[in-house]
Design a protein around this ligand. Structure first.
Ligand SMILES: [Mn+2]
Length: 464
């Protein structure tokens, strides 16, 4: 999708250009003086022979440019100018206009239009890159790039540096400091702007609609891939042409395979269906999970486990607010799930001991949630130091998933047979909001995808 698609979809021409310029300003503010930063676009990836996978732009590059063509390079330069303070320049290197290639493969923006439409100080074609970059790197003190993200690019940067070093006798100086700037860009991406929140609301609305459609269309005897097709249909017809990740459509015991994407089994009357799917819009992901009965009615065991997961999820969501942490939410969810499993007879022992031992982790085998944004498992640290306890305090503008689950595989002999083969996850996308704007301290972006037992049975009933 190019920037103009985003614009027409959102109708916010100026806002979008300003948005990307603001993001670059925020990055410039953290660059040391007399430094250069490089961000590489993604390349196309071969699927087989002469066909490629759908192009997916490098998300750091996209965050700073909105430019959606492969192989481009963003160059940010911060000079120390004694007379005028700091001087900042943003340059783009991109594919040249090429009429024949454009007839076969599609339109290219070209350097001239890129400079005008994307707010760069200047733009050049890729064939200039190997002569221009050593010149731009020369005499800078610091070189910033995301190290190790793209091995071919790491080698290219080293080749440019070598070229600078070869000119030392002519008075050139190579940067003494190579700086991995991934952490800077990741921290910027973690706090969403109003523009990003607008897009994330849209992609979540679309994806909620897809889950509701799946509930309506599900019937015993249909295949999992047929329900996947309903999801993709609903994403695409609202502008989210691709899923943000491979959709998980898992009937019955398949739900106990966490990343099940085979989606090729028939749906069985009496089973649950777990769907973990979200669309991608203008680069932003939704990540929603709903679990509902294939025949539209929960059995007593399914209902008991489902309502336990839902209770834990709602309790965790209620605590998403500024100042709280994932660590706190984990304590709460552990208490609720462990107590519930004890009451159902799935766990047995003294409650305090079970909570202490985090006994529910036998059945809740993944994390409670993750950051969400341009990547479905978005960037940004969870720790404040190296204690690995997810003690980072929530802040307005963060978006995260809250997704507890319970999984009891068919072959788990340690529990009563009636519980086996049930896998449940419920996942919402939650935005942290300043309490002066929203007293809850958060906004559930996926509230439109119903999740109470009564609402789900109603949504499933619309074709049953
Ligand atoms: Mn998730």
């Amino acid at each position: 999708m190019n920037i103009n698609d985003n614009l027409s979809h959102l109708g916010q021409t100026l806002l979008v250009l300003n948005e990307f310029c603001t993001r670059r300003e925020n990055f410039f503010a953290q660059m040391p003086q007399n430094s250069i930063a490089l961000f590489k676009a993604a390349s196309e990836v071969t699927r087989s022979n002469d066909t490629e996978y759908a192009f997916c732009q490098n998300k750091n590059f996209y965050y700073l440019t909105g430019f959606n063509e492969p192989d481009a390079l963003l160059v940010l330069i911060k000079n120390k100018d004694q007379d005028n303070g700091n001087q900042q320049n943003a340059y783009l290197f991109c594919r040249d206009k090429e009429p024949l290639a454009e007839i076969w493969q599609g339109r290219r923006i070209g350097a001239e239009k890129a400079k005008m439409d994307y707010g760069f100080d200047d733009a050049f074609t890729l064939d200039e890159i190997d002569t221009a970059l050593p010149e731009l790197i020369k005499n800078k003190d610091h070189l910033l790039y995301c190290q190790g993200e793209n091995q071919a690019f790491d080698l290219q940067v080293m080749a440019w540096l070598t070229k600078v070093k070869q000119a030392i006798k002519q008075g050139a100086k190579a940067p003494a400091n190579l700086f991995d700037c991934a952490a800077i860009i990741h921290e910027l991406r973690l706090i969403k702007s109003d523009h990003e929140i607008t897009i994330m609301r849209q992609v979540n609305d679309i994806s909620c609609g897809a889950h509701l459609r799946a509930m309506e269309k599900t019937q015993a005897g249909k295949f999992e891939y047929q329900i996947e097709a309903e999801l993709l249909h609903e994403f695409a017809r609202h502008g989210a042409r691709h899923a943000a990740y491979a959709s998980i459509v898992a009937g019955g015991d398949n739900a106990n395979i966490l990343h099940y994407t085979d989606n090729n089994d028939a749906l069985v009357n009496g089973d649950l269906l777990l769907i973990d799917a979200g669309g991608e819009l203008a680069g932003y992901a939704a990540d929603i999970t709903r679990t509902f009965p294939v025949n539209g009615h929960f059995s007593p065991e399914q209902k008991a486990l489902y309502e336990l997961v839902l209770k834990a999820q709602n309790a965790a969501i209620n605590e998403v607010k500024e100042g709280n942490t994932f660590a706190q939410l984990n304590i709460l969810v552990n208490e609720i799930l462990t107590q519930g499993l004890l009451e159902l007879g799935i766990l047995s022992d003294d409650l305090a001991t079970l909570i202490e031992e985090k006994a529910c982790k036998k059945y809740f085998i993944h994390g409670l949630g993750h950051w969400l944004g341009l990547d479905v498992h978005d960037v940004g640290d969870y720790q404040v130091n190296t204690d690995k306890q997810q003690l980072r305090k929530f802040k307005a503008g963060m978006v995260m998933t809250i997704e507890p689950g319970l999984y009891i595989p068919l072959d788990d002999d340690s529990v009563d047979k009636k519980w086996r083969g049930i896998g449940i996850r419920i996942e919402d996308n939650i935005l942290v909001v300043d309490k002066s704007i929203n007293a809850l301290g958060h906004e559930n972006l996926t509230a439109k995808a119903v999740k109470s037992v009564a609402d789900i049975e109603k949504a499933c009933a619309s074709t049953h």
